[in-house]
Design a protein. Sequence first.
Length: 451
Amino acid sequence: MSSNPVAETVASLMPRAKEELTELVAFKSVADFDQFPRSESEGAARWIADALTAEGFQDVALLDTPDGTQSVYGYLPGPEGAKTVLLYAHYDVQPPLDEAGWATPPFELTERDGRWYGRGTADCKGGVIMHLLALRALKANGGVPVHVKVIAEGSEEQGTGGLERYAEEHPDLLAADAIVIGDAGNFRAGLPTVTTTLRGMTLVRVQIDTLEGNLHSGQFGGAAPDALAALIRVLDSLRAEDGSTTVEGLTGESDWEGLSYDEEQFRKDAKVLDGVQLIGSGSVPDRIWARPAVTVLGIDCPPVVGATPSVQASARALVSLRVPPGVDAAEATKLLQAHLETHTPWGARVRTEQIGQGQPFRADTASPAYAAMARAMAVAYPGQEMSYAGQGGSIPLCNTLASLYPGAEILLIGLSEPEAQIHAVNESVSPEELERLSVAEAHFLRNYAAG
């Protein structure tokens, strides 16, 4: 990294950043209070509120959002007449999944092979630290040249829309000239990247009932309708032979124009087992950034261990559908529910329930903020030109902000490069990426202020 005062300050702050991220990762802030104590999420929210207060933020508040979670807000005034920039991250995390699959405890930050491991290190507690580092570096080198608003969401991973609804009810709160969403990531470590599109998402729970109660499979199997078998047929109908998503009425043959993604590199990034084929058609970017993708997230049925010889009376599944820009998530939800209901066999009773939804997003890359970020990335990543990529995941708040503030320029950066393995076991963050992106964000704020 080229020597400059901002970069030098960020480098000097990295030990403190590690300590703070260690403290933040220790909170088991999964916003599913049937699985994890609400106090863990509230503790993480208070930690962030205290950090903002210590940095001189005003109006620091824990916002009680309609989904029963808290988002953290703070305002740092800049020079009179300066532009306003909103910095976003979220402190809620995915469950650790199989804790036995973690090489080290998921809620204890552990350094190994040059990376920091722990749930939320990259997605997205590291994003909170990135914002703090950038602001501290600017304060130590002439001051923060813009008004800054920070919002840290408490339920992004759950997709329950608490902050979206709160923002709609308080439209002035998050108003800004530019918005930096710190919840994306470089296409790969060391390659500066802004994410320009996000797929939207819908979550649908489907339940199938066929009998008043389970039956002995020897006495009744072969004639009694099996709810689990019916569910399997329904879920299988969501994919074509090549694995492409086939929800009736949902169009999905768009092509990606932008950064390419080699199939062999994707296989390595996704850790696809030898001999196992990729699914779908078109290029890899087409499939993961520009087209719909259905995933069965979970099935409620008897586990193998302890299973009895029974015909199942009921079974249910949670289905996720990612939808690309150009497709309305609400319409996609209706199509998915209709498909599930239409393809339920044997006259079985079927119920579908939408439990989460977010619209897709496409950024305006011709805006002045993108030019300011490109210059900032060039300082943080010497010799590298900023790339544009899509992201298959969803950040529903983006569309809410774009709708509320149509004049705002929205940029997506962050720490979730492929090696980070977000949402999986052994999630980690590269300290070097954290350092470089903090430098980039600081320079972006300077560049944007200068116009």
